[in-house]
Design a binder for this molecule. Sequence first.
Ligand SMILES: C[S@@+](CC[C@H](N)C(=O)[O-])C[C@H]1O[C@@H](n2cnc3c(N)ncnc32)[C@H](O)[C@@H]1O
Length: 256
Amino acid sequence: MKPGSPGKAGLPEDAHPLTSEFFAPGEKARFVRSVFDTIAPRYDFLNSVTSFGLHRRWRQAALRMTGLREGDAALDVACGTGDFLPGLRRLVGQDGTVVGLDFSRRMLEHARDRLARSGVQALLVLGDAERMPFRSECFQAMTTGFALRNFSDLEAFFRESRRVLTPGGKLVALEIAGPEWWPYRPLFFWYFEKVLPRLAALLRGERQAYRWLPASLAAFHSREGVTRLMRQAGFTDISIRNLAGGAVCIYTGTKP
Ligand SMILES: C[S@@+](CC[C@H](N)C(=O)[O-])C[C@H]1O[C@@H](n2cnc3c(N)ncnc32)[C@H](O)[C@@H]1O
């Protein structure tokens, strides 16, 4: 099966040959949660090192696309250690609501500690992005960073996103994508597949976790595949904005 193509009929999306050395079909959620529980203490450091510190700038770009205003309710799905939460709080102000959702308890513990240190108010919820524990139509915008590749059922995530957003609400998803032009593309994949896992191992990171990063990208949908699923879930005004020469991109869509 080519990366980006839909799963074979009858097989779960995670039954991709590139992911089979990591988990058995149907076991992706359990594997992903254990990866993030394991790397949680080093996640922020490794994130900065592997993105050359650029992830902060990419997040600012994503936040500007949410259309959030004072008093709104904002949700960051798969919030991890909480990188998006202070920015969301700035946008919605003290009268607004900020919620972070993640299924890794260890990542959420780090988010809680960071929030306590910075004095930023946000509600942290332990739960699944594919079955969100929220009532329908309660958030004006939703962000998610570097998480789409980690979901087991991307269609379920988009369906749930549409359900919990208010009409006119925005979904903004920041994701690693892979540049499309030569010679940047082979260079990018060399860094991602060969350098990054070794770097992570040297930095006392978990080698297995950082081998998962390139595998998850290789097994993931193309940009068009992602936007097709967003459209199928009912989003409109779908757009893709490339950053860092296409190494990452921001998907946006509106709930009609
Ligand atoms: C690469 S980290 C990204 C963390 C954060 N969003 C950021 O921008 O740095 C991926 C996060 O997705 C979470 N995650 C993956 N699948 C999930 C799911 N089905 N439900 C909730 N969280 C999930 C993981 O626990 C992890 O914290």
